[in-house]
Design a protein around this ligand. Sequence first.
Ligand code: ZN
Length: 273
Amino acid sequence: MSESRFNRIKFVEQTKVSPSCPIDIDKAALVLDTTENVVLLQLKLINIGSKVISSVFLKVLLKDAANDFIQNSQPIEHTYNDLNMLPGDKYGEKAPIRLLREVRNVDVEVSKIVYEDGEIWKSENEKTEQIPKLTKLDILGNERISFLKSTLDLNSYDHTNLRYIPVIQNSSWICTCGRFNYNTNLVCKRCNISKEWIQSNFEEDNLDKNYNIFVKQMKEKAILEEKIDQEKKLEEEKNTELKKRIKTRRLRIVSISVFALLVIFSLGLLSTN
Ligand SMILES: [Zn+2]
């Protein structure tokens, strides 16, 4: 059996975030490069701010399989320069960061951002918020997930962002994409889903209520469609029967006419003789 060069170790879950940071870490994954014998950190960054970003400075803290910091290891400082990231732009997937082979988990912090206009954002003194352990959306089962997808317009929302059960807290909410948002954020800073959608589907037992209404509506729709189909079929049968009758009648008239003509023609022949 041939082994592939790159084997994904895990997706890294974020445990804290600096809400004021204009760079959002949408996805982080650790991949083992069996040829180079190193672990690669793949990141997908999004500019969720309103200004063009030219540099992003990251600090990566290295952890082992037991989630302990690797002894004597220094955090990796990594910089992405000359980015020209416009608001909403994504970057990073194809530019992995090389780490030690024994790394099995990481904490990734954005330490500095340089904007195109020269302004600098620094994580120092900025408030950080904890992200609770999130439950994957899979727990809901395929039917409820399909229902949730059906409530979102495919053209305006990327369904791959539906990842976790959202968490609604006193002053903040964790989106289904995993992003921390304050209550003042009426749409998610990462995936743009509305807080209203999150509340209408995940507060109390709203999901069950909405899903049951949806199932009932689907059943009623199926019954109505079957009724329309039957009526259509019946109408078609009636039309076929009517056409058949008209055809038979026409044939009969033609036969009688031909017969009458033959009689007239025969009588004519007789009289001329
Ligand atoms: Zn989101």
